[in-house]
Design a protein around this ligand. Sequence first.
Ligand SMILES: *Cc1c(COP(=O)(O)O)cnc(C)c1O
Length: 403
Amino acid sequence: MDNAVRKVYVDNAATTAVSEEVLSAMLPFFKEIYGNPSSLYQLGQEAKAPLEAARATVAECLGAKPQEIYFTSCGSESDNWAIKGAARAQRRKQGKTHIITSAFEHHAVLHTCQALEKEGFSVTYLPVHQDGMVRVEELEAAITENTALVTIMYANNEIGTIQPIGEIGRVCKEHGVLFHTDAVQAIGNVHIDVKAQNIDMLSLSGHKIHAPKGVGALYIRSGVAIDTFLDGGAQERGRRAGTENVAEIVGLATAMKRATETVDERIARLTPMREKLIDGVLKIERSRLNGSREHRLPGNVSFCFQGVEGESLLLLLDMKGISASSGSACTSGSLDPSHVLLSIGLPHEVAHGSLRISFGDYNTMEDVDYILEVLPTIIERLRNMSPLWDAIQTGKVNYDSYM
Ligand SMILES: *Cc1c(COP(=O)(O)O)cnc(C)c1O
């Protein structure tokens, strides 16, 4: 179809397409090698070997040992298990009831911490600065004798900033505090070595790296005390019950291997795309890049456009074939702007006009050119209908410091 709208999927931070390589690796486990890995007969054992090979692969990608990798149903489950499991074990064994996290974590972490507050834990939500970074000094200052756990995300899903994980790991180790990181967005974009970075627990998810939805993993360093999350059978060394999702675990490992082996290539390919997009978009008046330009994922950018409403922007982009996302939480039926954008100090009105573009392995420079071609007209169109834009133009409101 010649006149078909060009399709540009740039919401890879929300989810990614399953790659051909991952799909072919998974297929045999649906119809041929369908045995239960816990069964002793041959069909079961045929599934057991690839399961353990997948564990070894994921471990190798992180610099961990195979017995330190636990498969889960998603990144959210990994976060829940790490934080609840370790916090409760710390309280029981050492009487510690304090947790440190940051204000801009994924909800899988934030809501988990809030749930623990109801169980009597106290939680410090470290501020995130304008550059989208937590400060290691502030983290260190927040640690007390009572601190059971620090949980800080490796890279933020909304604005793409990468946190100083190695330094945080060192500080936690010095103070004898457990350190968990949600690395769901970081996998494939940074070099991770859990031992060198002193990471005690790390969460990851399949569907952000071209594996399917519904599979994840949690690295738990040997010796970390953590409660069981799902009671039942003896799977995952008795710590996470449930018959293993062998096909998707194999898919996850295949995607992890590819993502990890190609980190440098990915950085080299996506960074120029990101930089061109930033340069092009910032030519639009009263636009801003959210978070540090330097410490960010190669394929993740977040902008705000004053006098623009994020949801309308997404709808007009969609009509041009572009699937992107906004930082605002409109999908949850709430008019509150994203907690991430508020955490970096943006006023509600500015945070409301946000746009996140996140590249994956299938995006190209042509996608960037297409976005730069259609975006300015859409912004202008929306501003022409916006009372807020009028107010900005006539100086009734002033957001000059948020450009
Ligand atoms: C997507 C995401 C999650 C949740 O992973 P699921 O597999 O969708 O549960 C957690 N943390 C971050 C940073 C994410 O981007």
